[in-house]
Design a protein around this ligand. Structure first.
Ligand SMILES: NC(=O)c1ccc[n+]([C@@H]2O[C@H](COP(=O)([O-])OP(=O)(O)OC[C@H]3O[C@@H](n4cnc5c(N)ncnc54)[C@H](OP(=O)(O)O)[C@@H]3O)[C@@H](O)[C@H]2O)c1
Length: 305
């Protein structure tokens, strides 16, 4: 059992990470007031307030800190680059430094979006990033700042789907809710990515900490697909009407932040370090469906009610 401090615990990754780890570990989560009914310890605070980081570290005395706090919405980052800088660069750098001083193992979460998508094939950790928008630029700068402060830190570039606290955060929930309400929607055919069930992401992050890994790793699914194909997979698994999803090009959307067309990352380095294959997409999708059948989305949402 490890004492784990999770920041960004109300977010899509944070809440599922806390849920996934709380039975085997001692979890303390930092929250800004949403988690009024959580079954793990909560420390309330805004991580941008001066002194709060030291105060939560003093209070939780963690062995591991997993930083899931971020400004993670692309359009919000374009609107508020100053907050993106503080949350996605300055804060992780402070965390990395504080963890080094205190002997705490640190995981910082980054993104597949650091690449420009021009490569034909899967990006490895050796490939040179070229971020396209404010979000991606801030995340790449955050990675560099973390490694510069603390070479023992893990930086995990992720992409995940799952059930969220508000029920609307993930792409899978977008497709699921529109499909169940018989609302037509589009899915981009020209953005490819490697989605992983967020619970798999959580379990892998724990394994990486248990194996004392450090440095940069791609922690995404092993199968690449377009966002449109992902919607089709969700529709098929839930026996919903695939024809409600129209294939569309991202170039014809009204989104402002630029998006790369290829977000597919190689996980070879990670599976080699762990000595095991990463979970298949179909296994994660089946678990996502089973979670739905067993009331997992409602359980997650009850933590905020
Ligand atoms: N979602 C994806 O598929 C995806 C893909 C690639 C990478 N990532 C990365 O994965 C990580 C987690 O993403 P996510 O989707 O789980 O994000 P999310 O759902 O947007 O959650 C962000 C979390 O950060 C917290 N936060 C924001 N500002 C804060 C502040 N000033 N003080 C304290 N907490 C604050 C939020 O709290 P509030 O709820 O109070 O706002 C929330 O808990 C991020 O680093 C993101 O860049 C995500």
């Amino acid at each position: 059992m490890a004492r784990i401090l999770i920041t960004g615990a109300s977010g899509l990754l944070g809440i599922n990470l806390a849920q996934e780890t709380m039975s085997a570990h001692d979890i303390t989560a930092v929250d800004r007031g949403k988690l009024v009914n959580a079954p793990f310890k909560i420390l309330n605070g805004d991580l941008l307030n001066p002194g709060i980081l030291d105060s939560v570290l003093d209070s939780a005395q963690p062995e591991w800190l997993i930083n899931c706090a971020a400004l993670a919405e692309l359009e919000a980052c374009e609107d508020s680059p100053g907050i993106a800088r503080r949350l996605n660069i300055d804060l992780p750098a402070q965390m990395a430094k504080a963890c080094k001083l205190r002997g705490v193992s640190f995981v910082h979460i980054s993104t597949d979006a650091v690449f420009d998508g021009e490569k034909d094939g899967f990006y490895t950790e050796e490939d040179i990033p070229n971020p396209l928008g404010v979000y991606a630029q801030s995340k790449l700068a955050g990675e560099k700042a973390v490694i510069a402060e603390n070479s023992n830190a893990i930086v995990a570039r992720v992409n995940f789907f799952g059930w969220s606290l508000g029920g609307r955060r993930s792409l899978a929930e977008f497709f699921f809710h529109n499909l169940t309400n018989n609302k037509s929607m589009s899915g981009f055919t020209d953005i490819k990515f490697c989605p992983m069930l967020v619970n798999d992401t959580a379990r892998i992050l724990v394994k990486m900490l248990q194996r004392n890994l450090s440095g940069l790793y791609h922690v995404v699914g092993t199968q690449s697909m377009s966002k449109y194909q992902f919607g089709v997979e969700i529709a098929r698994r839930f026996n919903l009407n695939v024809s409600e999803i129209s294939p569309k090009s991202v170039l014809s959307s009204s989104l402002i932040a630029r998006r790369a067309h290829n977000l597919c990352l190689s996980t070879h380095k990670l599976s080699t370090a762990l000595g095991e294959p990463l979970p298949e997409f179909s296994t994660g999708l089946n678990e996502f469906y089973t979670q739905f059948e067993q009331g997992y989305p409602q359980k997650i949402r009850s933590y905020a009610q």
